[in-house]
Design a protein around this ligand. Structure first.
Ligand code: 8X3
Length: 250
């Protein structure tokens, strides 16, 4: 049987591209997201290639996460791969001007949400003594930049969680991969700048950014590595990008 993969944030960006890449490998997919209509659409689209089910919940709410994962029918319960892709950036400003609501969105979504979904899935993996967790971090988790303290902090937490999970779970046959992308053109900047399309477009001006599909390729590479190989940590930058905020623009 093909592996079962649960993907959070599956309705957009890197999560969606990963779902598409896994579908073409015929992985059985549990697509998770908050936007029910988008989930249904994606299920119809990818259902032409593979077996797909969906879970509609908010990663920030433990009781929703727990109930959703528990609701999976028996044949979907043996999850082989968890891709923690749900996440976002909200606002970009000096720390003194930061909005606590934005901070909550980032800490609750990127850190707590990742923890909650992992908590719901990991015990089954431990019981089966097999599994693979892929956490979507960011170059921002490795290099803090001005006006991004809280986003960078949330991604630094993801880095620590990936390392911590690997330390605790290796002995149970579970691999943990941390993926740290640089500038990927998705809805990311539109969300960060709250719909300011002009400001969002500027982020990707004058160079060729990464696409969500580029990152999905690296996730496929990590999950298809031979049993004795763990891809522990991958940083993927656009070729014009030397560091988080150092981009060679034409
Ligand atoms: C997104 C990459 O460099 O815009 O995680 O923070 S960056």
């Amino acid at each position: 049987m093909s592996p079962i993969a649960l993907i959070t944030g599956a309705t957009s960006g890197i999560g969606r591209a990963t779902a598409e890449a896994f579908a073409s490998l015929n992985y059985r997919l549990i697509l998770c997201g908050r936007r029910k209509e988008r989930l249904d659409e994606l299920q119809t689209q990818l259902g032409r290639q593979t077996i797909v089910t969906t879970l509609n919940f908010d990663v920030r709410d433990w009781s929703e996460v727990d109930a959703a994962v528990r609701s999976l029918p028996e044949e979907w319960q043996a999850i082989d791969i968890l891709v923690n892709s749900a996440g976002n950036a909200h606002g970009m400003s000096p720390i003194q001007d930061g909005d606590p609501d934005d901070w909550d969105q980032m800490i609750d979504g990127n850190v707590q949400g990742l923890l909650y979904v992992s908590k719901a899935v990991i015990p089954g993996m431990v019981e089966r003594q097999r599994g693979h967790i892929v956490n979507l971090s960011s170059i921002a988790g490795k290099q803090t930049y001005a006006n991004g303290a809280v986003y960078c902090a949330s991604k630094a937490a993801v880095e620590a969680l990936s390392t911590g999970m690997r330390l605790d779970l290796t002995q149970h046959g579970i691999k943990v991969t941390n993926i740290a992308p640089g500038a990927v053109e998705t809805e990311f900047s539109m969300v960060r700048f709250k719909g300011d399309a002009e400001r969002a477009a500027k982020v990707y001006e004058g160079f060729t950014p990464l696409t969500a599909a580029d990152i999905a390729d690296t996730i496929v590479y990590a999950v298809r590595a031979p049993a004795h190989v763990t891809i522990a940590d991958l940083t993927i930058l656009a070729s014009a990008q030397a560091a988080a905020t150092t981009i060679h623009r034409k």
